[in-house]
Design a protein around this ligand. Structure first.
Ligand SMILES: [Zn+2]
Ligand SMILES: [Zn+2]
Length: 296
């Protein structure tokens, strides 16, 4: 009975999202067909398409974007005037005086580094981990898995990229190009697809690279934070790519409640019952802290 109710809520959330964003609903179906066929032909492991949490993750796909967009808009209304006021005009003018192609390349590289640190901090700061943890409860990696994100986590991740880039004078098209590419690549790197690109595996993010970010093996935790360039993890000492091995299993030590609304409420409800050991990040829970302050 409870499971039927959760499925009903997921379907309602999905339908509301599809009604408000029909383009996203069409995108979900088109991308679903492409990735299901791809996963069928080059699977990392045999697994069902309609696995546990399928309906809820579809609801996340549509409804989270709306919630995250609303939160992002509210945050930017406050932050953009502050950024405009605090950054010297000369910085903005210097950035925008460069050739367009160079601006896009610079924006992509800076977004990658900023996104790396934004992601890393969601693992290392317990308050942020509370919202990011939902994404790491995925135990079946597939193209739909990346959509299991909390809207607050999505907003934090986007702000971590948008704020520094706006402050340096980059324009909305340059920032938007980064997010458009990342949206598709986000589906790809979670997909159950064996994609061998040879030595480029060390340069561009592939399913093999990001699957290790979700691995349950202790030695892989808090590794591979980069969105598109594993070289950034190499630069900051968090790369874990033991080729040709793949993770044996995925997930963290907690299980989210079934159902879309219950998952939205999860970080807040657990905060209300402070003291729960599962509210700490893997860095704290696996006995191998990354930083000295985590042991203090
Ligand atoms: Zn993560
Ligand atoms: Zn992921």
């Amino acid at each position: 009975m409870v499971l039927v109710l959760h499925r009903a809520v997921a379907i309602v959330a999905f339908l509301v999202g599809a009604w408000l964003r029909p383009d996203a609903a069409v995108g979900l179906i088109v991308l679903g067909v492409i990735f299901v066929v791809w996963e069928h032909h080059r699977p990392v492991r045999a697994q069902p398409i309609f696995r546990t949490g399928f309906a809820t993750d579809c609801a996340h796909f549509l409804a989270d974007e709306l919630l995250a967009a609303a939160m992002l808009a509210i945050a930017l209304v406050v932050l953009v005037p502050t950024i405009d006021w605090s950054v010297p005009d000369a910085v903005v003018a210097t950035t925008r005086a460069q050739p367009t192609l160079l601006v896009f390349v610079e924006a992509s590289l800076l977004a990658e580094v900023a996104g790396y640190w934004g992601h890393r901090l969601t693992h290392e700061i317990p308050f942020l981990w509370r919202f990011h943890e939902l994404h790491h409860t995925i135990e079946t990696m597939d193209w739909l898995a990346p959509n299991r994100r909390h809207p607050v986590d999505m907003t934090i991740a986007r702000l971590s990229v948008i704020i520094p880039l706006l402050a340096l004078g980059f324009t909305v098209p340059a920032i938007g190009a980064h997010f458009a590419l990342k949206r598709f690549q986000g589906l790809l790197v979670h997909a159950n697809v064996r994609l061998d690109v040879g030595v480029l595996t060390w340069v561009i993010a592939t399913p093999e690279f990001h699957h290790w970010h979700h691995a349950h093996e202790p030695e892989a935790r808090n590794k591979n934070y980069a969105g598109q360039l594993p070289l950034v993890d190499r630069l900051f000492g968090t790369l874990h790519l033991p080729r040709p091995n793949w993770p044996k299993s995925y997930g963290c030590d907690t299980t989210p409640p079934p159902g879309y609304l219950a998952q939205l409420a999860w970080p807040f409800r657990r905060h209300a019952t402070a003291g729960n050991a599962s509210t700490v990040s893997p860095a704290l829970s696996n006995g191998a802290p990354l930083h000295r302050w985590q042991t203090e």
